[in-house]
Design a protein. Structure first.
Length: 242
């Protein structure tokens, strides 16, 4: 999650902009021809983990809570709120696990589901010999032995001319092959938390509602602009064929 700094009287301090997502206007991101956008409002930390697929059941963690949708995001059902952060999901022989370690590779399963995320328990069906080996890279997803996609944080290369401080920049996506890294055409300027692909090789990106643009209210200038929204972007075509 991004930290919003206060600078002089012109920058607002760590507060979201409730008016930045007008309900009576069309969200232009939902009209993109290459990506589907789903949203869960009221989620300060954005999307932290994803599993499943949009055609059947999609399971999404918004830090502490787990939601599922079976109607392609038209409605969401909260199925768990354990109060512990969830950085990743992992499936092993019919058991879906929620992990609890926010490192480069998430580990330590602590919640378990045998019905594709509808119900969760603290008790798993396996032992340490299975769970100690679980490790998920939440910022990179491997499509094949020679192809993967990952989230790349961007350096603060832009300096605010008025105050001289660096401005945070949105994350990027890259395709990784044996030929190196290639920047992916991802048009949304967001903080990206999670990357995953389904069995049809469609890419799922978990993001926060943060927008990397200025908001001006009276004598206050806020950058970036924050909204309490968990966002999931889904590629409309198999990513390895784009």
């Amino acid at each position: 999650m991004l930290i919003f700094c206060s600078l002089g009287i012109f920058f607002s301090s760590c507060q979201k902009d409730d008016s930045s997502e007008p309900k009576d206007l069309i969200d232009i991101e939902t009209t993109d021809t290459a990506w589907t956008k789903l949203s869960i409002p009221g989620q300060l930390r954005g999307t932290s983990a994803i599993y499943g697929n949009i055609d059947d059941t999609l399971v999404v963690a918004t830090m502490y809570k787990i939601y599922i949708t079976t109607d392609k995001g038209s409605s969401w059902q909260m199925v768990s709120d354990e109060g512990l952060g969830i950085p990743s999901f992992n499936m092993y022989q019919g058991e879906l696990m929620a992990l609890s370690n926010f490192q480069d590779h998430s580990t330590s399963p602590f919640l378990f589901s045998l019905d594709y995320g509808k119900n969760w328990s603290r008790k798993g069906k396996y032992g340490y010999e299975v769970y100690d080996k679980v490790k998920v890279n939440r910022k990179e997803t491997k499509i094949s032995e020679n192809e993967s996609y990952k989230i790349i944080p961007q350096p603060n290369e832009i300096i605010d001319k008025e105050y001289g401080r660096p401005l945070a920049q949105p994350d990027k996506l890259v395709r990784v092959t044996d030929r190196g890294e290639q920047l992916l055409d991802f048009p949304f300027r967001r903080q990206l938390n999670y990357i995953y692909h389904d069995k049809k090789n469609r890419l799922y990106i978990g993001a926060e509602g943060t927008r990397f643009e200025w908001t001006v209210k009276g004598n206050k200038r806020t950058y970036p602009t924050s909204t309490d929204t968990a966002i999931i972007y889904i590629s409309k075509r198999p990513i390895s064929r784009q």
